[in-house]
Design a protein around this ligand. Structure first.
Ligand code: PAF
Length: 294
């Protein structure tokens, strides 16, 4: 496994793999602090592609001024050891200056989809995400790029950006990986103490109740939202930020779920840690199985 810090080097390695060796590249972008969710993406990439590249870069452009950029967990030595165990071929771990050189002034925004849900609570967040993903896709030029379903809105935006700007990568979004309690794997779970970690299982519990109600015939968004709110309200350590029912592709807000897949997504504070989770209803794929372990 080679760790690459320079984008020129990453570009020339990737070019050689593609052109001279005719090998398919699977790319998993991460901000490090790797957990089983990332490892399942790597596992999927390993199964689908000849070469696996993982980036580790805590992207300042996607953190708001009051967010946790400086305290975000960073441990490249631990991450690299895990990645070597998973037979990753290349780790791209650039510095901030390497990605955003002095004078950097080009940003990518997916209009419309970036300001709602997570974007309403975190202005500029998605501009930062789509900008870094555009840069990384241009550097690595993978055949397939893998993103987690926990960040459902991010995956939707990236698919739209890739389509609109004609990136050649195909975007793959495997299902959410969960702890035994149902808590979705996230680097931010590291901020929770034991009691908070137990309390955080309420996110998946609330979504599972909404899914059960949907399966029993409840298709009104307002009533599904109420089920989620009531369940979250019963957990004293939890504070609701938002819950919403949207079209799973266009993110249009829905009043009723009918023939198109719907994304039920939420953000909840457990103490000062903000966690997100979601379930897709109305689509018979492995993606909407809340509680699935990949
Ligand atoms: O999902 C993440 O970890 C980040 O948003 C990503 C896609 C690596 C971009 O920084």
């Amino acid at each position: 496994m080679e760790i690459i810090n320079r984008r020129q080097r990453m570009m020339s390695v990737a070019r050689k793999l593609r052109r001279e060796e005719n090998r398919t590249i699977g790319f998993v972008p991460t901000m490090g602090a790797l957990h089983s969710g990332h490892l399942s993406l790597i596992h999927e990439a390993r199964a689908m592609c000849d070469v696996v590249v993982v980036s580790v870069f805590v992207n300042p452009a996607q953190f708001g001024p009051a967010e946790d950029f400086s305290s975000y967990p960073r441990d490249l030595t631990r991450d690299a050891a895990l990645l070597a165990e998973y037979n990753v071929d290349y780790v791209f771990a650039p510095t901030v200056e390497e990605i955003y050189p002095s004078g950097f002034s080009t940003y990518v925004t997916v209009e419309g989809l970036s300001n709602q849900l997570e974007g309403a609570s975190r202005p500029e967040h998605f501009r930062g995400v789509t900008t870094i993903v555009a840069i990384l896709l241009s550097v690595v030029k993978p055949d397939f790029a893998f993103f987690g379903q926990k960040d459902a809105q991010q995956a939707i935006l990236i698919k739209r950006m890739v389509r609109d700007l004609a990136f050649s990568a195909e975007i793959v979004v495997p299902p959410i990986v969960r702890e035994e309690s149902g808590l979705a794997m996230s680097s931010r779970n590291n901020y929770l103490n034991d009691d908070q970690r137990k309390a955080a299982a309420v996110l998946n519990r609330a979504l599972s109740k909404a899914r059960e109600a949907y399966e029993e015939g409840e298709h009104s968004a307002a009533r599904l939202i109420e089920i989620v709110r009531v369940t979250i309200g019963k957990e004293p350590l939890a504070r609701m930020d938002y819950v919403s029912v949207n079209d799973a592709e266009t993110l249009e807000k829905l009043e009723k779920i009918d023939d198109r897949p719907a994304l039920v997504s939420l953000a909840v504070f457990i103490g000062s840690t903000r966690l997100i989770d979601n379930v897709v209803l109305g689509k018979a794929t492995k993606h909407d199985v809340a509680g699935a372990k990949a």
